[in-house]
Design a protein around this ligand. Structure first.
Ligand code: ADP
Ligand code: ADP
Ligand code: MG
Length: 667
């Protein structure tokens, strides 16, 4: 019997595993680096062992240090989470040798599914559909072009050792195939120390749909339905859901049975995921198998009622699965939003800093029957460092139907307060509000097709603009009337509030009259319509619950440059509540000009300069590579926007820069 589990990971997944271990009465050991001394997983665990400096290559990825921590604490089992050592065959082998239980699949299954080329061959042999293409290794760019021509464009060039969307390129023609082969190979070599490349057909209208499998050590394997993860940027998932709106019962069964066949072929046990790419005609093809717990596993838990971590622990103990395929029921709909420390307005580049505010929405079942779950490993005041993955939390909702689960997610996002760092909450809200997402007609190109110029924020629609104008008026009048009460009779007279206001936001102005009594604001708009807004919001609260004509909404409010910054459904606008006279005069105010930065190359994200390719005096052409910046496992190539002459270089390789620090100046 497992009695003490060491979790060889950090962040939300370490917390997730500890939660289930505690439920099962098993004690837990956390490991932590210098950067994680005060982390939630360390506080949650019964014991914690320090394993070294912040960089994961010196802590979380060092097998010797984990092994030492196991010995020191007498843990009899290890859960690896995802990432880090979870799919490292050497780690599983080492534990086996030391008589420690690895809460995951057997070594031979990790090995068989460890690289994309071998696993694709194994899958084909097990009768699984694979993406048409070339199954061998490719020697050089000429061969890459030849094979791509044979497969037919577009093709996907992939690193065999790839993961996390790295080492992957689409090529639409010969030139791109040549270039893509080179860049995939370089990226694969630097990221994985393995430059083996293969090429397959790029699947048309692709949707990413994966099957959760679960097996025991007695040869039983079942599948727990699918998850759709088509909402991706940089080939990485952002929003997932279960089930998929695209699968019919027959396709689900066929995919499930192929996934089980593959698992059986490699003697798989524990939880695992077989990823498929599905085309517009519901043809499905094997992509890869992830031999671990998947980031997005909560959506499966929410529709099946199965605790996957518990199942992994029971299987590792040697128990038989306690349910059969027939007993698996998919109930309702669940959506997961990955909250990332990344700036959606700057191409989703990572962002770091302190979470000056972190208030997740209430978890559990709401009065309307929907469920909210938030998996996280941070708290207000936590530092998001550049050393690890930028994921802050995974917010999930469940409801009987897809549309209700989306609505519940939109509400939960409105109630989620995060400040201090760049984050993608407004983008996630924009996805939930997007008619194409709501229709279910999605592919992995959804984000790039719907925001081809990048995400620039959400414009409020007419209803939202009216609601926000009313909320701003509510805030302003509440704030003013409180001041009036504080400052006594004389001032009271002077400050008597009028009823007519103009609320401006961006380029829009909304004329209204508003009367506040207690916690209710009665609003009359210029077009004759009316609204009644009720709230217990008080000045100082940064989140307010309002009931607008009977409809409950959550809005984030904070004071900003003599106005109110309101955030709602991805809209983020400063509202000014002005008397008609002040509004009339405000047209004469000078507008502040933004600084001219066109002659500078600014650092787009906090990170370390890894390379500077030019020097002072060089003439650079549009598109020419200037420098590379690395942060949070992502390398970003900065290119010249136009032809220019480099005047001076301000940053050197190895230097850490903040957002908007100057890297170089042009003439
Ligand atoms: P998934 O399909 O579950 O997102 P990925 O292969 O993209 O699978 O990566 C799994 C997760 O592990 C990702 O969310 C990523 O953040 C994390 N991850 C990937 N590589 C590493 C690593 N080297 N160290 C820590 N975490 C990692
Ligand atoms: P990783 O190990 O990085 O997760 P995958 O092979 O799972 O790599 O692919 C990641 C994503 O890239 C997929 O979810 C899908 O969006 C896209 N992709 C991969 N292969 C193909 C393909 N042949 N055709 C279309 N899209 C693909
Ligand atoms: Mg994948």
């Amino acid at each position: 019997m497992i009695t003490k589990i060491l979790i060889a990971n950090r962040g939300e997944i370490a917390c997730r595993v500890i939660r289930t271990a505690r439920k099962l009465g098993i004690s837990t050991v956390a490991v932590y680096s210098d950067a994680d001394r005060d982390a939630v997983h360390v506080k949650m665990a019964d014991e914690a062992v320090h394993i070294g400096p912040a960089p994961s290559a010196q802590s979380y990825l060092v097998i010797d240090k984990i092994s030492e921590a196991i010995r020191a604490t007498g843990a009899d089992a290890v859960h690896p989470g995802y990432g880090f050592l979870s799919e490292n065959r050497g780690f599983a082998e080492r534990l086996e040798k030391e008589g420690v239980i690895f809460i995951g699949p057997p070594v031979r299954a990790i090995e068989a599914m460890g690289d994309k080329i071998t696993s694709k061959k194994t899958a084909a042999e097990a009768g699984v559909n694979t993406v048409p293409g070339y199954m061998g290794l490719i020697a050089d760019a000429d061969e890459a072009v030849k094979i791509s021509n044979e497969i037919g464009y577009p093709v996907m060039i992939k690193a065999s050792a790839g993961g996390g969307g790295k080492g992957m390129r689409i090529a639409w023609n010969e030139a791109e195939a040549r270039e893509g082969f080179q860049s995939s190979r370089n990226e694969a070599k630097s990221s994985f120390g393995d430059d083996r490349i293969f090429i397959e057909k790029f699947i048309d209208q692709p949707r990413h749909i994966e099957i959760q499998v679960l097996g025991d050590q007695h040869g039983n394997v079942i599948y727990l339905g699918e998850r759709e993860c088509s909402i991706q940027r940089r080939n990485q998932k952002v929003v997932e859901e279960a089930p998929s709106s695209f699968l019919d019962e027959a396709t689900r069964k066929a995919m499930g049975e192929q996934a089980v066949a593959l698992a059986k072929a490699v003697g798989y046990f524990s939880a695992g995921t077989v990823e498929f790419i599905v085309d517009g005609k519901r043809n499905f093809y094997f992509l890869e198998m992830n031999t671990r717990l998947q980031v997005e596993h909560p959506v499966t838990e929410l529709i099946t009622g199965i605790d996957l971590v518990e199942q992994m622990i029971r299987v590792a103990n040697g128990d038989r699965l306690d349910l059969s395929q027939e007993e698996v029921r998919l109930n309702g709909w669940s959506i997961e939003s990955r909250l990332y420390a990344e700036d959606p307005y700057r191409g989703f580049l990572p962002s770091i800093g302190r979470l000056t505010r972190y208030r997740p929405p209430e978890e559990g079942q709401l009065a309307n029957g929907t469920i909210t779950r938030n998996d996280t490993g941070v708290y207000e005041g936590s530092e998001i460092s550049m050393y690890y993955d930028p994921m802050i939390a995974k917010l999930c909702t469940w409801a009987p139907s897809r549309s209700d689960a989306i609505a519940a997610m939109a509400n939960a996002l409105d109630d989620f307060e995060v400040d201090g760092i760049g984050h993608n909450l407004p983008f996630l809200s924009a996805v939930m509000a997007h008619s194409r997402f709501c229709s279910g007609n999605i592919t992995t190109a959804f984000i790039s097709e719907e925001w081809p110029e990048g995400f620039q924020g959400v414009e409020p629609d007419n209803d939202q603009a009216r609601l926000l104008a009313a909320v701003a008026a509510f805030a302003h009048l509440t704030d003013e009337s409180r001041k009036t009460r504080i400052s006594g009779t004389l001032a009271n007279h002077a400050r008597r509030l009028g009823a007519d206001w103009v609320v401006t936001a961006g380029d829009c102005a909304c004329t209204l009259s508003a009367v506040l009594s207690e916690d209710c604001l009665k609003v009359q708009f210029a077009d004759g319509t009316a609204m009644e807004l009720v709230s217990d919001w008080m000045p100082g609260d940064q989140h307010g619950r309002f009931v607008a004509d009977g409809r409950p909404v959550g809005v984030k409010l904070s004071k900003a440059s003599a106005g109110w910054r309101l955030r709602f459904r991805g809209v983020d606008l400063v509202h000014h509540v002005l008397t008609p006279r002040v509004h009339a005069l405000s047209g004469f105010m000078p507008v502040k000009q933004a600084a001219d930065t066109s002659k500078q190359l600014l650092c787009p994200m906090p990170g370390v300069i890894t390379q500077v390719m030019v020097q002072a005096g060089d003439t650079v052409e549009a598109g020419q590579a200037l420098a590379t910046v690395e942060a949070m496992k992502m390398e970003n190539l900065l290119k010249a926007e136009r032809k220019a002459v480099v005047k001076s270089v301000k940053a050197a390789p190895g230097q850490s820069l903040a957002v908007d620090d100057v890297i170089m100046e042009f003439e």
